[in-house]
Design a protein around this ligand. Structure first.
Ligand SMILES: *Cc1c(COP(=O)(O)O)cnc(C)c1O
Length: 366
């Protein structure tokens, strides 16, 4: 069987290095806010190109902390609106509503699956304070037009970069395109930890200091609390693993890109819509390879019979979740269409040549 994602196989590639780093940390007797986190934060900031990186407990916290910090700094307020793609993982939306802010859904572009930048301006109100862009599936969404809109209406651009670490837009890495960015190192992400971890990158010094304090009980100095913060720290063991895997992320992403290109040239089924390959290949790191068909469920069963495990990202959009019943009446037809038709094929650096061919053949036989 071809697993959707074989984390064991991916991590085994780095076993020797990881083992040494984990043992070093174990023996050091220092498990939080130590040298490993500091080193990973420095290396991540270097890699992304920002002045600061702050390790936090997970990706959702990274995003929640960004909004909370803007509130503490008086730049945003509960009740303010944040534009967010309707087609995203629910965590993007939770980060907004958790801070008492209002998510305003914007429909995706049917070709890129990312927020439709041409539909942003009509959703802006006097209460709008930010645009949360999500580089969904690993594909960057950004443009000069987006920057112009943000400048014109004085909006912060915040990136949900959980799925696109390593992607580049005109030589600038995702995570360095807006004012602040949240990362997830959930095990299945392109850069995955051995548990939960996340980070914020920004070049805004005040924001970075506020986020660091907020994630540490609102304290920058032991037992002196300036904010009503919470506890959201990256631990030393995760930082040790991530610091090693960060060195190989470009290679991992390049392998994904090669497989995506094989799928795009190999899958020729007339009823299956392939994801668009951006002209600038570096704009995509293929966290997911998502195909579409009106017969999605039949295709999924067909592939399962051929021994290929697939996943639906995601079966229910945020506005149709019970958690957000207040938005259930919204009409977001493009988002709903994508959720009904999408199917993610296995894609990761450890797929063997025969497996890639088997996936292509099985899809074409549908
Ligand atoms: C994974 C993910 C998150 C949340 O990250 P966690 O580390 O699981 O909290 C947020 N947004 C998107 C788009 C994601 O894919």
């Amino acid at each position: 069987m071809i697993k959707f994602l074989d984390l064991q196989k991916i991590n085994l590639k780095y076993q020797q290095e990881i083992k040494e780093a984990l043992m070093q940390t174990f023996r050091s007797g220092w498990y939080l806010l130590g040298e490993k986190t500091k080193s990973f934060e420095e290396n991540l900031a270097d890699y992304i190109g920002t002045d600061h990186a702050i390790g936090v407990a997970n990706g959702l916290d990274a995003l929640r902390l960004i909004f909370r910090a803007y509130i503490e700094l008086g730049i945003m307020n509960p009740g303010d609106e944040v534009l967010v793609p309707a087609n995203t993982y629910i965590a993007s939306v939770l980060a907004i509503s958790d801070n008492g802010m209002i998510p305003v859904f914007v429909e995706p572009d049917i070709n890129t699956y990312n927020i439709d930048i041409s539909k942003i301006e009509q959703k802006i109100s006097p209460k709008t304070k930010a645009i949360l862009i999500v580089h969904l599936q690993g594909r960057i969404v950004f443009s000069e037009k987006l920057k112009e809109i943000a400048t014109k209406y004085k909006l912060k651009i915040i990136e949900d970069n959980a799925q696109a670490i390593g992607a580049e837009w005109k030589g600038i890495k995702s995570g360095n395109l807006g004012d602040a960015s949240g990362f997830s190192f959930y095990p299945g992400k392109n850069l995955g930890a051995l548990g939960d971890a996340g980070a914020v990158t920004t070049s805004d010094k005040k924001l970075s200091e506020t986020i660091r304090a907020l994630g540490n009980y609102g304290s920058n100095q032991k037992y002196i609390n300036i904010y009503k913060g919470f506890n959201s720290r990256m631990d030393e063991l995760q930082a040790a693993v991530l610091d090693i895997k960060l060195k190989y992320i470009d290679h991992e992403n390049e392998m994904r890109r090669k497989i995506a290109n094989r799928f795009i040239s190999g899958i020729t089924h007339p009823q299956i819509i392939l994801p668009e390959n951006p002209a600038a290949q570096k704009e995509h790191v293929w966290h997911l390879f998502v195909i579409r068909t009106e017969k999605r469920d039949t295709l999924q069963n067909h592939l399962a019979e051929k021994g290929i495990q697939t996943i639906i990202h995601y079966p229910i959009p945020p506005h149709k979740q019970a958690a957000y019943k207040e938005y259930a009446h919204f009409s977001l037809p493009v988002t709903e269409k994508l959720h009904n038709e999408c199917l993610s094929l296995p894609i990761s650096s450890i797929l063997e040549e025969e497996e890639i061919q088997q996936i292509i053949n099985s899809v074409n036989m549908f």
